[in-house]
Write a protein that binds this ligand. Structure first.
Ligand code: FPP
Length: 247
């Protein structure tokens, strides 16, 4: 039986987050430059988003560009940005056809003006869609987000509009860039690396982690379905005992 048929559609995660890793190694294995890997990564993005929409997963978040990625060679950064603009341009019609709404989290102000413009255009052009939300994490990192949130709350305390004793976990969640998005139940990372790399640190407190050995350009629909099947076999206890959960 294939993985798609093993999925219990009544017990889908609402939100799946993905660290797309291994584009550079995929290109190197073929004697090509890194951007060749990123270009081929776009196919995996398309397949994965399509798989999520087909199942009816409500949110899929892709770590497309981290705050730290700005430190890569300029040629790679420029190529990644132009690939993003090109993909947004090309895929908006497909997003609309599949009823997928595009959202973005991260330091969007730090993107180059043409990238920002294309992103905002694609967001506006898909705003009416309702099946699946595709969230692109762009110039994103958790430490950036947590620093920003802390500054905002400190400012409110300094102005006298927030009492420190009133700060709850909810206050913090509401000041993160994911304030409108539920926490992911499942986090997938490709390429065999087993780390979080500054991604959604607050939000993944109770997420199930799934590490896949395939390099990102080789990741396809069945790999996504396999991760969901694996997730559905796990017992999520949220600090309680197994008996409490089964009762
Ligand atoms: C990680 O592989 C991948 C990235 C930093 C960028 C991901 C971008 C894409 C898949 C293309 C465009 C995205 C969209 C949403 C259209 P790596 O370069 O770190 O690989 P390595 O670890 O093998 O060096």
């Amino acid at each position: 039986m294939n993985f798609r048929d093993q999925i219990n559609t009544e017990k889908l995660p609402r939100h799946v987050a993905i660290i797309m890793d291994g584009n550079g190694r995929w290109a190197k294995q073929r004697g090509k430059i890194r951007i060749f890997g990123h270009e081929n990564g776009v196919t995996a993005v398309r397949d994965t988003v399509e798989a999520a929409a087909e199942l009816g997963v409500e949110f899929i978040t892709l770590y497309a560009f981290s705050t730290e990625n700005w430190n890569r060679p300029k040629a790679e950064v420029d190529a990644l940005m132009s690939l993003l603009v090109k993909s947004l341009n090309k895929e908006t019609a497909t997003l609309n056809k599949n009823n997928i709404k595009l959202l973005a989290i991260g330091d969007i102000e730090s993107l180059q003006p043409d990238t920002r413009r294309e992103l905002q255009k694609a967001i506006a052009n898909t705003a009416q869609n309702t099946r699946t939300n595709l969230v692109l994490a762009l110039s994103y990192s958790s430490r950036w987000e947590i620093t920003k949130m802390t500054r905002e709350l400190a400012q409110q305390v300094a102005q006298g509009t927030l009492n420190p004793s009133q700060i709850t976990e909810q206050t913090i969640s509401q000041h993160l860039s994911t304030h409108h998005i539920p926490d992911p139940e499942l986090l997938i990372r490709t390429s065999g690396e087993q780390r979080i790399s500054n991604f959604l640190l607050w939000q993944i407190a109770y997420s199930e982690l799934f590490f896949c050995h395939k390099l990102w350009p080789d990741f396809g629909k069945e790999d996504f379905f396999r991760a969901i099947v694996d997730y559905q076999k796990r017992e999520r206890r949220f600090g309680k005992t197994s008996e409490q959960i089964s009762n």
